[in-house]
Design a protein. Structure first.
Lengths: 168, 575
């Protein structure tokens, strides 16, 4: 496994997940809920986490993995400190959000669904954030950026990078 | 199912069926077969492939006959233009991303998709699906998965889930769904035990055994090699199906004749080492009882079960009989005793075992005994060799196995059905404990039920026994033994439901047969018939056993017997 994806779970995170599993175990159909909580705790669902869930709930890893890969909200890869989410919903798409996504991928050197090696940025796509009037739209963390053009992408990313340098 | 009866009309024919019956089942009563792909009796019933769509009064649009229950007064039409157009479109969409390498596909002429495509006159190139090539999984010695041929019917997933092994499942969503192990790891790293139930469930050529036919042909044409074949007990009861004979036809004589025409040095009967297994296993059981060693003792002839214990219940390893399986015993015996006797160097002997099983391909590669058997081929592979060699199977005369491994007892023959090993062992163990013990029929352990229990009193010993087939049932017994909830002395486990007669290496029959014939029962009947007709029914009474022990091994569980016929196990915990 590459360095970027090496599992760095803490004992504290494990205890939290165990507690979720223990309180959910007897509820039929609890797998979705447990996966959601696990993703909240770890940020993503690597094999180590899914194995804990499978063993904890007494179901097979293949079943856990099947559900985790069915829903696009679940991620098997770690997310960056700044989570970029590009809207590919109808309004944004017709306004050219695919070009925004392509520019982001070029700027950060990663594909949609991946995370930069320094752990700062990850890119995902989403379907409608409810700001169609501002299309095309992307979110970075909780911040919404609207009426985007590909030329604006570099400046926005640089702002986050500079803030990181200032913090150090 | 309730006993209330429902009257329906299928294509104008009146049928009366119990409430809760599906349209598919009701149509069969009217002698109409509705086409299916994802449906497989006892295994998969999810209504997802839409091949079985029919028109039914009271329903909006077409309904899936495999899951739609009939209602009073319902009129069903199974073959309207609307149904046929819908099925044709479904097939064309499936074919849009199906690797159409039919010419060399091992399921050519035995493929449900091909059969339906012909029937509905499809254009296989009407739609062009996105081109993405999935890797072929050849990571195990027993199964090959080619997902570009997969139609996502889920029958393999359902078969694996029914076994409670759950090594595979659907991955991803939409167009990119494919079947595989968690995290797309190779099958060899999953909890798969190699039972092959997925292969016999597959309607197309996405799953097949890892074939070793080419190596066997090569050995047969190598003048420096002496090639010997031997066939497992259940192969005689199933090989005929590959030549369109009715399910349950015993073709022992033609099978021997056909193999002989492939040109090996000898054709032997694996029932002989089934008898030998019983001699060793029964002695081991009695020894365990008398010396307070771990009980219950579990049988060890099923490699799927052995792999399951090593991966899932390693703490039960001390309970496994140390006996090798009949396949491995035979290889070991040939390469020692038989080679010595005929002054053949073991390196020049090429041992081919014909088995109803895919896990046996893994077994002969186990690190504890890699040299016993050179190739293990399934019933299907043998059938393919016979066909390729142009041997007219059904026209062959009946011939006999070669000596000195021709004569076996009926106890050896029933190894191929669930409960058979138990009954065979009881016949000999009872006689070993009580020299006057006469009974030969142990009816309570027969039949295709998943779990059977019985208690026998022999020479002051109470023998509590259990028999389980299917790994779902094996898991129940393993849990009960581990927790101490059940106390047994001897337990027989077969990984495949019904035992070897229903093994993953047996002929893949068309859905129209699989969904209507009770395969396990019909095939098992052929083996019990062999047993009934045999004058010798107790392994200990076999003259061949006398010779092997006098000539070579000394006595059951002797030091030499242990060296050659017994093995060890190793924990290999998997998630």
């Amino acid at each position: 496994m590459d360095k970027q994806n090496a599992f760095r779970g803490t004992a504290e995170q494990e205890a939290k997940l165990k507690a979720v599993i223990d309180e959910s175990r007897t509820t039929p159909g609890c797998l979705m809920h447990v996966l959601q909580e696990a993703q909240g705790i770890y940020g993503y669902l690597p094999i180590e986490v899914q194995t804990m869930i499978a063993e904890g709930l007494g179901i097979s890893l293949s079943e856990v993995f099947g559900v985790a890969t069915f829903y696009s909200q679940f991620s098997l890869k770690p997310k960056g400190k700044h989570r970029i989410s590009v809207c590919l919903g109808t309004a944004c798409y017709v306004k050219g959000s695919d070009k925004i996504l392509a520019e982001l991928e070029k700027e950060l050197g990663i594909k949609c669904g991946e995370c930069t090696e320094d752990g700062l940025f990850s890119i995902d796509s989403c379907r409608c954030v409810g700001a169609c009037g501002l299309a095309p739209v992307m979110m970075i963390g909780d911040e919404v950026y609207g009426k985007l053009t590909p030329e604006m992408v570099k400046g926005i990313i640089d702002k986050y990078k500079e803030a990181e340098y200032d913090n150090h | 199912m309730s006993t209330k009866l429902i009257n329906v009309k299928i294509n104008g024919i009146n049928v009366t069926v119990p409430e809760g019956t599906t349209i598919l089942q009701a149509a069969r009563k009217a002698h109409i077969e509705i086409p299916t792909l994802c449906y497989l009796k006892d295994v998969n019933c999810v209504g997802s492939c839409r091949m079985c769509v029919v028109e039914a009064t009271g329903a909006r649009g077409l309904v899936a006959a495999c899951v739609y229950p009939v209602a009073e007064g319902m009129e069903v039409r199974t073959n309207t233009e609307k149904c046929r157009q819908s099925r044709k479109m479904t097939l064309e969409l499936i074919l849009s991303k199906h690797k159409k390498k039919c010419l060399s596909c091992e399921r050519n002429h035995n493929c449900e998709l091909q059969k339906l495509s012909l029937g509905y006159s499809v254009d296989e190139d009407r739609f062009k699906g996105e081109d993405f090539v999935l890797p072929i999984d050849t990571s195990t010695p027993y199964v090959v998965r080619d997902n570009d041929k997969c139609i996502n019917c889920m029958r393999c997933v359902a078969a694996c889930r029914k076994q409670h092994v759950d090594a595979i499942g659907p991955i991803g969503r939409g167009f990119h769904v494919h079947i595989g192990s968690a995290f797309d790891r190779p099958l060899s790293e999953s909890p798969c035990v190699g039972c092959g139930q997925c292969i016999v469930a597959c309607p197309v050529g996405a799953l097949s055994e890892r074939s070793t036919i080419d190596e066997v042909w090569k050995a047969l044409s190598d003048n420096t090699k002496k090639v010997v074949f031997y066939t497992a007990p259940s192969v005689r009861a199933t090989l005929g199906e590959a030549f369109d004979l009715p399910v349950g036809t015993n073709v022992e004589g033609k099978m021997v004749a056909a193999i002989r025409r492939l040109g090996p040095h000898a054709v032997f009967n694996m029932d002989v080492t089934a008898d030998l297994t019983i001699m060793e296993e029964a002695s081991e059981l009695i020894n365990r009882i008398k010396t307070n060693k771990p009980l219950p003792m579990f049988t060890s002839c099923c490699p799927g079960w052995i792999k399951f214990v090593e991966q899932t219940y390693p703490e039960l390893i001390p309970h496994l009989s140390t006996c090798k399986s009949p396949q491995q015993m035979f290889g070991a015996l040939l390469k020692s005793y038989w080679c010595e006797k005929h002054d053949i160097s073991p390196e020049n002997l090429y041992v081919v075992s014909v088995i109803p099983c895919t896990a046996k391909k893994y077994e002969c590669e186990r690190e504890q005994m890699p040299d016993d058997v050179d190739a293990a081929i399934t019933t299907r592979e043998l059938a393919r060799m016979i066909k390729t060699a142009g041997i007219k199977f059904t026209e062959l005369p009946d011939e006999e196995f070669d000596n000195p491994f021709a004569t076996a007892t009926g106890a050896g023959s029933i190894f191929g059905a669930t409960g058979g090993v138990m009954e065979a062992a009881l016949r000999t163990a009872a006689r070993m404990l009580d020299g006057n013990f006469e009974a030969l029929d142990f009816f309570a352990v027969r039949g295709s039920q998943g779990i059977k229990e019985a208690t026998y009193l022999v020479a002051g010993h109470t023998l509590r026994v259990a028999v389980a087939s299917g790994l779902d049932n094996a898991r129940i017994i393993a849990e009960q033994v581990r927790s101490g909830e059940k106390k047994y002395d001897f337990v027989e486990i077969m990984a495949c439901p019904g035992g070897c007669v229903n093994g993953g290496g047996q002929p893949t029959l068309s859905d129209s047969v699989r969904n209507t014939v009770e395969l396990k029962e019909a095939r098992a009947r052929a083996l019990y018939d062999c047993d009934n007709k045999n004058d010798l029914r107790r392994s200990a009474d076999s003259p061949v056993m006398d010779v092997i022990y006098e000539d070579f091994l000394g006595f059951p569980n002797s030091r030499k017997a242990h060296e050659i016929l017994h093995t060890t196990y190793r924990a290999d915990k998997r998630v």
